[in-house]
Write a protein that binds this ligand. Structure first.
Ligand code: GAR
Length: 201
C-alpha cells in the first residue's frame, strides 16, 4: 500500500475528501500522517477522528529551510511515498521539493497558469473569467508553477459572488483531488517538458 502524507493549514475539506476516498478504497493508497503548521487547524481534528497520526510544527520564528526540514523529517519517519498539499498555506523551499522530487502535489482553486497565488477564486471573478476551476499540479520550486496533473472546468455565472464561485470550485476540488492522487499513485505516468502524460489515456 502506497503511503500519503497530507499537509494542511486550515479547514481540511480536501483532506476529508481524500480520507473518504481512501475509506472507499478509491485512492490506491493510505493516508499515513497529516501535518499542520497551525495547531488549531480543523484538518488536524478531521485526521484524529479518522484515526490518522497527526503532527503540528510551528513555522513562526524559523527560517523557511529549517521549518521545511522538520516537516520532511516527519514525512520520512512515516515512510511517505507522496505528499499532498491540501490548503497548506506555506511556500515550500527547495529543501522540501528536492526531498520528494515529483512526489509533492498541490490543489489550487483556479485553472493554472491563470491566477496563481492567494485568493485565486476572487482573482478569477474580478478578472471576469467565464470559466475557472481547480488544478492539481506537481509542486516545483516556483509558485503554483509545476506540471499540471488534472483540471476541472467550472463555469462562472453572472450571479456569482467570489464566495459562491469558490463554493462550486471547492465541490470540484473534492472530486478532482482523489482522482488525481489515484492516478499519481498508480505510477503509469511520465513528465515530458511541462507535460504530465498518462499511459493509455
Ligand atoms: C482550497 O480551496 C484549496 O484549493 C486552496 O485552499 C483551500 C483549502 O480548503 N489552496 C490554495 O489556495 C493554495 N494556494 P480546505 O482546507 O477545505 O481543503
Amino acid at each position: 500500500m502506497k503511503r500519503i502524507g497530507v499537509l494542511v493549514s486550515g479547514r481540511g475539506s480536501n483532506l476529508q475528501a481524500l480520507i473518504d476516498a481512501a475509506r472507499r478504497g478509491e485512492l490506491g493508497g493510505e493516508i499515513a500522517v497529516v501535518v499542520s503548521n497551525v495547531e488549531t487547524a480543523a484538518g488536524l481534528e478531521r485526521a484524529r477522528r479518522a484515526g490518522i497520526p497527526t503532527a503540528f510544527r510551528d513555522h513562526r520564528g524559523k527560517k523557511r529551510e529549517a521549518f521545511d526540514a522538520e516537516i520532511v523529517e516527519i514525512l520520512h519517519a512515516h515512510r511517505v511515498d507522496l505528499v499532498c498539499l491540501a490548503g497548506f498555506m506555506r511556500l515550500l523551499s527547495p529543501v522540501f521539493v528536492r526531498a520528494f522530487p515529483q512526489r509533492v502535489v498541490n490543489i489550487h482553486p483556479a485553472l493554472l497558469p491563470a491566477f496563481p497565488g492567494k485568493d485565486a477564486q476572487r482573482q478569477a471573478w474580478e478578472h471576469g473569467a467565464k470559466v475557472s476551476g481547480p488544478t492539481v499540479h506537481i509542486v516545483d520550486e516556483g509558485l503554483d508553477s509545476g506540471p499540471i496533473v488534472a483540471q476541472e472546468a467550472v463555469s462562472v455565472r453572472s450571479s456569482d459572488t467570489p464566495e459562491s464561485l469558490a463554493e462550486r470550485i471547492l465541490e470540484a476540488e473534492h472530486r478532482l483531488y482523489p482522482r488525481a492522487v489515484r492516478t499519481l499513485l498508480a505510477g503509469r505516468w511520465r513528465i515530458e517538458g511541462r507535460r504530465f502524460l498518462v499511459e493509455d489515456e
